[in-house]
Design a protein around this ligand. Structure first.
Ligand SMILES: Nc1ncnc2c1ncn2[C@@H]1O[C@H](COP(=O)(O)OP(=O)(O)OP(=O)(O)O)[C@@H](O)[C@H]1O
Length: 254
């Protein structure tokens, strides 16, 4: 298994306090069709909320709305009591199933993010890039074109890029869906260290083993509605909603 060196997460915290995150009467409709409806959620404290639910339930839409990539058609999203603006948005980071990387070197992908808001001294910049690459086990590939990395390596680079600006909240949309078990374990290890360092994680997955390993609580979504929110231990023993029981038993619902 890949050994990932410390430290990955910078101990300096961003200036904004993002928590709590709130979805208040949140809804999203497209062409008269309701895709998410009446979502009320409060995200606070530490740890990892794993979002489960069948295909098409609205999990990715919820993450995109929480991250401000989509505008709700009903209700609102607030972080730290305020609507998400670009500066608050930079205090959170999202990683997608398919990493979207620049056609540049591995190090240049990180340099790009780290110089978005000004150019730190070269020594500081290089040291942070090395720290991030060390943290995700990619130090030796620093000068390699990012597009030549394997799928697992690309996703580790995407994680490093997400962590570059010390987000307080990490939104992960099936980041290991196309990865093998070793690469999946590497990503899970990075996520665990982020949680230990105080980040709040929202993690969408269909991998129930992964949900058991990572979740402090489960948020279950079915047909655009949150049907339950339960501590992880009791969710797997005793899901409260029929939708969740069907999902765990592998029964299709139409
Ligand atoms: N921009 C859009 N316009 C119209 N329909 C959309 C749009 N985005 C998503 N949808 C639909 O909304 C529903 C929820 O999509 P979403 O991607 O959130 O599901 P999901 O729970 O993440 O599913 P999966 O587990 O398959 O990734 C789906 O039926 C999808 O087709």
């Amino acid at each position: 298994m890949l050994e990932i060196a410390e430290p990955l997460v910078d101990s300096r915290r961003p200036e904004h306090c993002l928590l709590p995150g709130e979805a208040i009467g949140l809804g999203y409709r497209v062409r008269g069709k309701s895709l998410l409806e009446q979502i009320d959620l409060r995200i606070e404290g530490r740890g990892t909320s794993v979002i489960l639910g069948p295909n098409g339930a609205g999990k990715s839409l919820l993450l995109r709305l929480l991250h401000g990539l989509l505008e709700p058609t009903q209700g609102e999203v607030r972080w730290g009591g305020k609507p998400l603006d670009p500066s608050l948005q930079r205090s959170q980071a999202m990683v997608f199933q398919k990493p979207v990387l620049l056609r540049r070197s591995v190090a240049a992908n990180l340099r790009f993010v780290l110089t978005l808001e000004g150019r730190p001294p070269r020594r500081v910049l290089d040291s942070r890039i090395n720290q991030l690459l060390e943290g995700v086990g990619l130090r030796e590939q620093a000068e390699q074109p990012a597009r030549l990395l394997s799928g697992g390596e690309q996703q580790r680079l995407a994680m490093a890029r997400a962590l570059a600006l010390n987000p307080q909240v990490l939104l992960l949309d099936e980041p290991t869906a196309s990865l093998d078990p070793a690469s999946t374990a590497a990503i899970e290890g990075i996520v665990e260290r982020c949680v230990q360092a105080g980040m709040r994680v929202l993690f969408v997955t269909h991998d129930l083993g992964q949900a058991r390993r990572l979740a402090d609580e489960i948020i279950f979504i079915d047909q655009g509605r949150v049907t339950e929110r339960t501590p992880a231990a009791s969710f797997f023993e005793q899901p409260q909603s029929q939708a969740a029981r069907d999902y765990l038993a592998g029964r299709l619902r139409f």
